[in-house]
Design a binder for this molecule. Structure first.
Ligand code: GLU
Length: 451
């Protein structure tokens, strides 16, 4: 299905400043699954140059969440370990005259913006620093001011063909020259992402539509550094039911919380990828099936609202079709036995994987439920009729004997049997459970003994 001659390279580049939320998962999945489908590679890159807000702990949590989603990066990078590359890019931009020092404080910038607004001008940086003479700069530095560095935009209409939004344009003449280096010498991701994308051969950048303006700016920086821009795609954002945007910092809908609530990773992935598109939001058998559905042209322009009930339903629907191999280790962790036969018997009744433990207790016993007195005679008869030869087909053979012997049919036949054998009004098919419960336990339960 590959369309490009060289394998594509994509990346997910979170800053480790909070827990990933389901909207971040959307970005990660679009990149990772597209790369996988097209035979390309996927980089997990920590945009951690903001040392004040990035932490090791959040980086570890991101790795855990990415693994939980089922994604395996081909390469992992930390921007904080790549500083010499950014130093070199900064030197290059300086030598090209595209990076200039500016000395305004935040208060001075705010005053400048207000004054421009009063004069009916857009509140963008007025490039006063570009006009500073060497002597004026020296005087500011003598005051103890340290510069931050701004990229001098061309001020033109930067255009690209967006994989999601079609032809896009950003007029950089309407923007402030972006700060690429902070006063303390640290770099902003506007620069570092570009340097890395160029060096790592990133071919496609898929990210949220909150980055559209950045893309206009970053294409200018890429071109200033003598490289060709990658293909960009800006997907719509996932928002809370209230319409409020998701925030990593505020911990909205974190993957960790969804995991702890028992949502299935594949269900979260399905929702993250399919919601807000013209495709049906439905359970899939695995990530490959999800990858096959990704179609950037089908992503809507309107924000996608996260619906918790939809996710809960997707978790159940996902469990109902998961093969045993996909859950065997987790079932063992829950103390659930019974192998594949048990899994196939109960998966259709699960809302959460942990519900499997409840059904395993039903199989293993002991059940405490006494049989109803009016059914005692019928159940004793049924116990006497349990076939000697046990096997997968024991249930239909048994029922074929119980039915004529008791004269019962329908609910009067099946309901007391279910209640006695499982202690529950409803649940997995008895046909599948009875072989697992075993003859001895089944007989004891039918006779009203604890087993
Ligand atoms: N660190 C940036 C973010 O999390 C990356 C944006 C990008 O994908 O270029 O928003």
């Amino acid at each position: 299905m590959s369309t490009s001659a060289t394998p594509p390279v994509l990346r997910f580049a979170p800053s480790p400043t909070g827990l990933l939320h389901v909207g971040n998962a959307r970005t990660a999945l679009y990149n990772a699954l597209f790369a996988r489908r097209e035979g390309g590679s996927f980089i997990l890159r920590y945009d951690d140059t903001d040392t004040a807000r990035s932490t090791e702990e959040f980086a570890r949590a991101i790795a855990e969440d990415v693994t939980w989603l089922g994604l395996t990066p081909d390469r992992v990078e930390h921007q904080s370990r790549r500083l010499p590359r950014y130093d070199a890019a900064v030197e290059r931009l300086k030598s090209l005259g595209r990076l200039y020092p500016a000395y305004e404080t935040e208060e001075e910038l705010e005053a400048m913006r207000q004054s421009r607004r009063r004069r009916g001008l857009p509140p963008v940086y007025d490039r006063a620093a570009l006009k500073l003479t060497d002597a004026a700069r020296a005087a500011l530095e003598a005051e103890g001011r340290r510069p931050h560095w701004r990229f001098r935009l061309d001020g033109r209409k930067v255009e690209w063909d967006d994989m999601v939004r079609g032809r896009q344009g950003v007029d950089t003449a309407t923007l402030s020259d972006p700060v690429l280096v902070r006063e303390d010498g640290s770099y902003l991701y506007t620069l570092t992402s570009v340097v890395d994308d160029i060096e790592m051969g990133v071919t496609h950048v898929v990210r949220g539509e909150d980055h559209v303006t950045n893309t206009g700016v970053q294409i200018e920086i890429i071109e200033a550094l003598g490289a060709a821009p990658p293909v960009f795609g800006h997907h719509n954002l996932l928002v809370l039911p209230s319409g409020e945007g998701l925030s990593k910092r505020l911990g909205h809908l974190s993957l960790r919380a969804l995991r702890e609530e028992g949502e299935e990773a594949l269900a979260v992935a399905s929702l993250a990828v399919l919601t807000g598109t013209s495709l049906a939001v439905e359970a899939v058998e695995d990530l490959g099936a999800l990858a096959a559905r990704i179609d950037f042209a089908k992503i809507s322009r309107a924000p996608a609202r996260f619906d918790a009930e939809e996710l809960t339903a997707l978790t159940a629907a996902t469990l109902h079709r998961l093969p045993y191999e996909a859950v065997a280790a987790r079932l063992a962790g829950l103390g659930v036995g019974g192998g594949e036969a048990f899994w196939l018997a109960v998966r259709g009744n699960l809302a959460r994987l942990t519900d499997a433990a409840r059904w395993w207790r039903v199989v293993e016993g002991p059940l405490a439920r006494p049989v109803a007195p009016e059914d005692a005679g019928f159940l004793r008869l049924a116990a006497d009729l349990l076939p000697e030869s046990w096997g997968e087909d024991v249930y239909p053979r048994w029922i074929a004997a119980v039915k004529p012997a008791s004269g019962r049919a329908g609910r009067a036949l099946f309901h007391p049997l279910r209640l006695a054998l499982t202690g529950a009004e409803s649940g997995p098919e008895l046909k599948a459970l009875l072989p697992l419960i075993g003859r001895e336990r089944a007989a004891a339960r039918l006779r009203g003994e604890q087993a």
